[in-house]
Design a protein around this ligand. Structure first.
Ligand code: HEM
Length: 425
């Protein structure tokens, strides 16, 4: 926990470890990177009390993070959480919850995870995503058309937020006339961070009801969409049940929505703060090149990505990570944002380098839960940035970067609003 050499007396000013930073404050939400640098150096596997009061371990070094993400002794099933099992007096997920939307890829382990991931991969194919590119471009242009004449916009609400909602609804096969309902339900979830408030619970319930009905209709009358693909997918004679298909559609929407909002928001924010790199990207796009755009989106993900911490994992047995003893049932949170700035892995980790080549970042996770939607996220991220920079060439922040407010949830990192100005088109 402390790297003071054994022969140096405590309190020696030359060698004293600077005091531990305060986590989860407003300053931390705005810029967590100095605190993560401290943790990586002085307490790389760090036990902390989360704002919810739950105790958890934060894993901040790249090598430990990558290993932890692939460690099958770390379960995704919340039933393994010592505190929750103790508090509920039982070890399993309550039966009534099993049928609902929460039994999804990010909450289960093999062999269930292997089976569901194999089935969804048959429907969520790279080909389906590649064929979807023209539709993403059309959506991107339509949203920009909606504000380009004003000369100002809030890029989060008018662009980054609706783009992934409409894209995923289209992909799933939600009819256009119903997509604004999804926008409203998803808006409720993002505003209240998925907490146990009435509005969120009602939105989840409505979405579940809608998805089950849609699955039922698609079974009768299949189309070329992802939900029909999920219903059709079979593996060794096994199919998804209707509840599993609804949970799958829900996690695709849930995992693919706020992440993409933040990818667009954080990336635009970063580019506006790095005018030289942004100009270089604009020149490359104007010349019809796509390479810098592709490496650039990966670098923006590494430098200030949308997922700050990977989702919850629980030790199924006592184990060691980076020399720290983790108890059975302890929650382990892998801090992707800290790992992706580890100087042991990345040269000049705090520097944005859109052309960075050696860039095996952990922004999409690693191991069996590696992001299913990475090809769609890349497609949306690249289309959004390229189109914004081409159509709004003098895009600039309206106000000061220091006035921007970050959402401050535990897992995701993203802006509440991103007010911009530009010459009206
Ligand atoms: C899993 C990041 C977009 C669907 C993950 C994980 C990360 C991640 C870090 C692993 C979490 C963990 O291991 O705890 C991102 C980022 C995105 C993005 C940074 C955008 C920039 C999307 C999109 C979709 C999607 C667009 C779908 C449309 C999923 C699903 C999983 C997942 C279903 C769970 C996979 C599994 O457990 O097998 N994502 N994601 N993601 N992502 Fe994404």
């Amino acid at each position: 926990m402390n790297d003071r050499p054994a022969d140096v007396p405590a309190g020696c000013p030359a060698h004293a470890t600077p005091p531990a930073p305060e986590l989860f404050t407003w300053e931390f939400a705005t810029d967590p990177y100095p605190a993560y640098a401290w943790l990586r150096e002085h307490s790389p596997v760090h036990r902390t009390t989360l704002p919810s009061g739950v105790e958890a371990w934060l894993v901040t070094r790249y090598a430990d993070a990558r290993e932890a993400l692939a460690d099958n002794r770390l379960s995704k099933n919340p039933a393994h959480h010592a505190e929750s099992a103790h508090a509920k007096g039982k070890t399993g997920i309550p039966g009534e919850r099993k049928a609902e939307l929460m039994t999804h890829l990010l909450n289960i382990d093999p062999p269930d995870h292997t089976r569901l991931r194999r089935l969804v991969s048959k429907a969520f194919t790279p080909r389906r995503i590649a064929e979807f590119a023209p539709r993403v471009q059309e959506l991107t242009d339509r949203l920009i058309d909606g504000f380009i004449e004003k000369g100002e916009a809030d890029l989060i609400h008018e662009f980054a937020f609706p783009l992934p909602i409409y894209a995923i609804c289209d992909l799933l096969g939600v009819p256009r006339e119903d997509q604004d309902d999804f926008r409203e339900w998803a808006g409720m979830m993002i505003r209240h961070g998925g907490g146990p408030r009435g509005g969120v619970a009602r939105s989840v319930k409505k979405m579940r009801g809608y998805l089950l009905e849609l699955i039922h209709r698609k079974r009768e009358n299949p189309g070329d969409d992802l939900i029909s693909g999920l219903i059709r997918a079979s593996d060794h004679g096994e199919h998804l049940t209707e509840n599993e298909a609804a949970a799958m559609a829900f996690i695709i929407l849930f995992a693919g929505f706020e992440t993409t909002v933040n990818l667009i928001g954080n990336s635009v924010h970063t580019l506006l703060g790095h005018p030289e790199q942004r100009a270089q990207l604009q020149r490359s796009l104007a010349a019809g090149e796509t390479e810098l755009l592709a490496t650039g989106v990966e670098e923006l993900l590494r430098h200030d990505g949308p997922v700050e911490l990977a989702t919850w994992r629980y030790a199924t047995e006592a184990l060691t990570i980076g020399g720290e003893r983790i108890g059975a049932g302890d929650p382990v949170l892998v801090v992707l944002a800290a790992a992706d700035r580890d100087p042991e892995r990345f040269e000049g980790p705090d520097t944005l380098d859109l052309a960075r080549r050696d860039n095996q970042h952990l922004g999409y996770g690693h191991g069996i839960h590696y992001c299913l939607g990475a090809p769609l996220a890349r497609l949306e991220g690249q289309a959004a940035l390229a189109t914004l920079l081409k159509r709004l060439p003098d895009l600039r922040l309206a106000g000061e970067s220091s006035d921007l407010r970050w959402r401050g949830g535990l897992i995701m990192r993203g802006l509440r609003t991103l007010p911009v100005e530009f010459t009206p088109g």
